[in-house]
Write a protein that binds this ligand. Structure first.
Ligand SMILES: [Zn+2]
Length: 134
């Protein structure tokens, strides 16, 4: 997908309104969750692209850039449009292993809400929250 297509997809995503979110540890079996296939593909894509030197992927709690590989993505926040019964795109953010181990649930939720407001200004985010620290 080229940049123009990505921008169109992001704009369409924002127009769809409220988001359903899911927060889970890396490696979580997503079978049985809503939109499991889309979520798994989104995680796979994120992981495949987070550790290259050109990656801008970073922890949404501490802003650590994953391309150094000194910290790995330990958990993911995925959001899909609530109004779309068959979403084709999802937004994703990741938490580094250091934050996942040390930050409180409330700190992670505050950071997640901050991130989601960047994706969907003014949106509401009824969490489907599952936190599975090791
Ligand atoms: Zn972090």
């Amino acid at each position: 997908m080229n940049r123009a297509a990505l921008r169109r997809e992001a704009a369409a995503f924002r127009r769809r309104g409220d988001l359903l979110t899911d927060l889970f540890a890396a490696g979580t079996d997503l079978r049985g969750r809503p939109h499991a296939g889309l979520k798994q593909r989104t995680v796979s894509y994120y992981e495949a692209n987070s550790y290259s030197p050109a990656s801008s992927h970073q922890c949404f709690v501490c802003q650590w850039h994953f391309h150094s590989r000194a910290r790995l993505a330990a958990a993911f926040l995925i959001a899909v449009p609530a109004a779309d019964p068959h979403p084709t795109a999802a937004a994703i953010g990741a938490i580094c292993d250091a934050c996942w181990r040390s930050e409180s649930v409330s700190e992670i939720e505050i950071s997640a809400t901050r991130l989601l407001h960047r994706v969907c200004p003014g949106g509401r985010f009824p969490h489907t929250r599952t936190i599975n620290p090791d």
